[in-house]
Design a protein around this ligand. Sequence first.
Ligand SMILES: *Cc1c(COP(=O)(O)O)cnc(C)c1O
Length: 388
Amino acid sequence: MERKIETKCLHFEEDEGNISHFGAISFPIYQTATYAHTGVGKSTGYDYSRLQNPTKEHLEKVVASLENGTDGFALSSGMAAISLLMELFKPGDHIIADSDLYGGSIRLFRNVSEKNSILFSNIDCYKENIEKYITKNTRAVYIETPTNPMMHVTDIAKAAEITRNNGIILIVDNTFMSPYFQNPLDLGADIVVHSGTKFLGGHNDTLAGFLVTKNPEIAEKLRFLIKTTGAGLAPFDSWLILRGIKTLGVRMEKSQENAIKIAHWLKKQEAVADVIYPGLPEHSGYEIMKKQARGFGSMLTFSVKSKAFALSILEKVRMIKFAESLGGVETLITYPTTQTHADVPQEIREKNGITENLLRLSVGIENADDLIYELEKVFRETECELSV
Ligand SMILES: *Cc1c(COP(=O)(O)O)cnc(C)c1O
């Protein structure tokens, strides 16, 4: 019987049946930069930690197994992973990228990749015909689903059919869903990206990034690039992410349960104009989510009636923290306009619907009643203040 993902988060099947590392249940941290050789031309398999490190390698295998890939690469942050990915392309190559992406990815593409003469078309992949934008120089389609922060849902299998038919690759940033809820490689994607800082790590304490593939050619190129450019994840950080992954299942379930409760509570609020959560049946991506994912996640975006109301919420929250990032055990509230998407030009932000009334919640694993109690308090206080 194929193991379920909660189990795969805890037990790496290939390692089973043999006691290694003195039987350590927690994979040891190999805090070493280099490795001794027993003779000329001999190696333990480990020469230098930029190339190989047992702790990092173990993590890479675990993440690859969670995404049903063959090769995983652990980088020092999500952006390091995406930057490395861009090294697969050369001047003149064209990439079709979703117009609503993590702000840092947009910043990278516009300021660094374009400088290196990689060309981008930014389109709404969830609703536009991707095929129409493919030229003879197009090499890849780059998407997030659901997108950050507008939660648009793209049909991964459909996008993969288009990329496959045109001999180009599909790259999916799967950070929002984590491998627990969604596996893009199974749906035909060629490369999966993760900010491991988010759900995989899960504790708002470490930065990490991942690339996963099951294409041996891509894997070989990435292996060469990581060795050459040197942004691999450090041993201790690898261990922290490994520890985080052990509880991925319970964290995803609990935070999703809380997010659904909060989405329903928000919908009932007079001051809330819109609740954008793909787990609500009225969300335009709901049916696709049900088809391609095992859950809806714990990210939700909502807009309030005025900018003043949004700012007041950010000022007044106490237990819920006004902070960037997402996917950790603590609930965070973000203001995309000035935080995650601050470097995205205003006209693009507005076109994407990122207004000054928009807030994003990354729901954690607290008791939902406590979260709603705090939101209730903040909303009522704000209503009082703004009405006088
Ligand atoms: C945070 C994030 C990134 C960047 O990851 P870092 O670990 O912060 O560098 C990329 N994509 C998405 C969807 C993210 O949320």
